[in-house]
Design a binder for this molecule. Sequence first.
Ligand code: TYD
Length: 213
Amino acid sequence: MKKPTPGKFIVFEGLDGAGTSTQMALLKNWLSQQDIFAEVTKEPSNGPAGVVIRQAIEERIVMTPTAIALAFACDRVDHLQNDANGVQKSLGQGSWVLCDRYVLSSLAYQSSEGMDLEWLKAINRFAFAPHVTIFVDTSIEVCVERINRRSSHNELFHHSDKLKTVRTQYQQLLDHSELTGHLVKVNGDGTEQEVFAELITQFQQWMEQSTAS
Ligand code: TYD
C-alpha cells in the first residue's frame, strides 16, 4: 500500500451521537480502496490520561471542569508525542491518521462548561492543526435520539441543553482555519451512506487540490 511521506492528519468533530465514528470507518475503507493506509484513533485516547478522563465522563470519579480540561490537554500531548504509538510518529512514517475528536472538542465542550476560551487554547498550544477537519453537523434531535438508543448509562456531556451550548460553540470555532485546517462540513441527519456521499465529494475535492499544489 502507498504510504506518502509525511502522512495527512484528518480529524472528525461533532456532537455526541453525530455519527463521527461511523463516518471515520467509512473513510478509512475508502482510503484503503485508493491504496492509502490510514490508522484510526480517538480522543480521549487509550493512554493513561485518557483512561482517567473516561472514568470522569462516565461519572465514576469526580473531577472539576478545570481538572478535566487539563486532563484532555495532557491526554492530547501524550497522544501526539508518545514514542510508542503517537500520532506524530505515525505521520512521520507516512501513515495517514484519522482521529475521532481533537482540539476543537476541548474548545467547544470545555468552554461550554465555563472555561475561558483563550486559556483552553493556551493549554492546548502543543497540538498542531490537522490537515482537514470533517465536521459532522447533526441536529440536536437526531443526536439525542441516537444517544438514547445506544447508551445505557448517563454521561456528563449528553444532556440536550448541554449539546445546544456545545453546538453554538462549535459553529463559532469552525470559521477559524488556523484551528481546523481545511474544513469539510456535512449534514449528519441523513443515512450513513447519504452523509458519506456528501463527505466524500468534498474530501475528494480537497485531495485533488492538495496533490495539485
Ligand atoms: P466520545 O467521542 O463521545 O466517546 P464515546 O463515543 O466513547 O462516548 O467522547 C467522549 C466525550 O468527551 C464526548 O462527550 C466529548 C467529550 N470531549 C470533551 O469534552 N473534550 C475533549 O477534548 C474531547 C476529546 C472529548
